[in-house]
Design a protein. Structure first.
Length: 349
């Protein structure tokens, strides 16, 4: 990896994000923040589409990437090239071509997953509260002319504080969901094979196996990464063991559920689900036909959103600003705040 003191006082920092996405996460306030200590090199879309990006990245010590960024040429990355640091304004970095260098310790990488996690956690909590307090039923009842007192009697909600809540996966988002739930005082159960009993006790949660968690909790929020080891981990058996009227919130990935199992269980009308992720996105691809989409949309016990949990106007700007701040820290030799640690790289989505 290049030594920091070999760089000029105002190094060129390349921004490898197509304009459509750059306008969201790299507005003028973010560009100005980068320009305070470096020379922003904004590569245009036609250059980003070039099969050979390496000539444009000579003598660039760090790059900023984001949604729809192209893979970075291996010859431009340390130890062959000058790029020793990649600051990613989104979550997963697997499509950037940095995994090998990251796992070998030849390259340092940060991502904005901790920033995006705040938006996802708030969204998950919103889905829980909206369901339990019958927000959608009240709103629709008003619009349909349902009698005032009939709504109050027929749409009687539940307290979040009275529900046993289960969290599957205690990563960035899962931990924030845990923090948001604490003030409600509800009992919290966690399934995470990487969490020790001692750590669970320190967090004030009860550690359970996945079977026991679905049998115990009436509200369950999924936050596990979608990896080969987690593919289909939530099975038909788990969904059938969720209590009548129970709620499953999925802001993680559809792939962690057994294919087709959730829709089949929702068709019984026995449980509810708030779904922000689908097997095919947008849900009109090869894995989800228009008929399947219509079938899911017809289920009144499914609350649907277009993978929007992590997207807010505030989060976009924060993603850009924190990515720039990570570059500043890297160049000045300060500890990084959102670094993907080498020993955890292989287990990340």
């Amino acid at each position: 990896m290049p030594a920091l003191n070999t760089f000029t006082s105002r190094p060129k920092i390349a921004v490898l994000v197509p304009k459509e996405k750059r306008d969201l996460t790299f507005p003028s306030i973010v560009k100005d923040a980068l320009a305070e200590f470096a020379e922003p090199l904004i590569l245009p879309d036609d250059t980003l589409a070039n099969a050979d990006l390496a000539p444009f990245l000579k003598d660039v010590p760090a790059v900023i990437t984001g949604w729809q960024s192209p893979a970075i040429p291996a010859e431009a990355l340390a130890p062959k090239g000058s790029i020793g640091f990649v600051s990613h304004m989104a979550g997963s970095v697997r499509k950037l071509g940095v995994q090998d260098g990251l796992e070998k310790g030849e390259l340092r990488v940060s991502h904005a997953a901790p920033v995006i996690a705040y938006a996802v956690a708030e969204f998950a909590l919103t889905q829980m509260l909206a369901h339990l307090r019958r927000h959608r039923d009240f709103d629709q009842g008003f619009r349909n002319g349902t009698a005032w007192f009939d709504m109050r009697e027929n749409y009687l909600g539940q307290l979040l504080s009275a529900q046993p809540v289960g969290i599957v996966g205690l990563g960035y988002v899962g931990r924030l969901v845990l923090d948001l739930l604490r003030p409600f005082g509800c009992p919290i159960y966690v399934y995470d094979p990487f969490l020790s009993k001692q750590d669970a006790a320190a967090l004030g949660v009860t550690l359970l196996g996945l079977d026991a968690l679905f049998e115990t909790c009436s509200v369950i929020s999924l936050h596990a990464p979608n990896l080969p080891v987690t593919e289909g981990m939530v099975t038909r058996k788990h969904l059938k063991s969720l209590c009548d009227g129970g709620l499953l919130v999925n802001t993680a990935r559809a792939g962690i559920l057994e294919k087709g199992a959730l829709v089949d269980e929702l068709k019984t009308g026995r449980i509810f689900a708030a779904l922000d992720t689908f097997e095919s996105e947008p849900p009109l691809g090869a894995d989800m036909t228009p008929q399947m989409r219509a079938e899911l949309s017809a289920l009144s016990n499914a609350y649907l959103s277009p993978h929007a949990a992590g997207h807010t106007s505030d989060s976009y700007v924060r993603q850009g600003l924190t990515a720039v701040e990570e570059v500043r820290r890297y160049l000045s030799g300060q500890p990084l705040e959102q670094e993907i640690l080498r020993e955890k790289a292989a287990a990340m989505a």
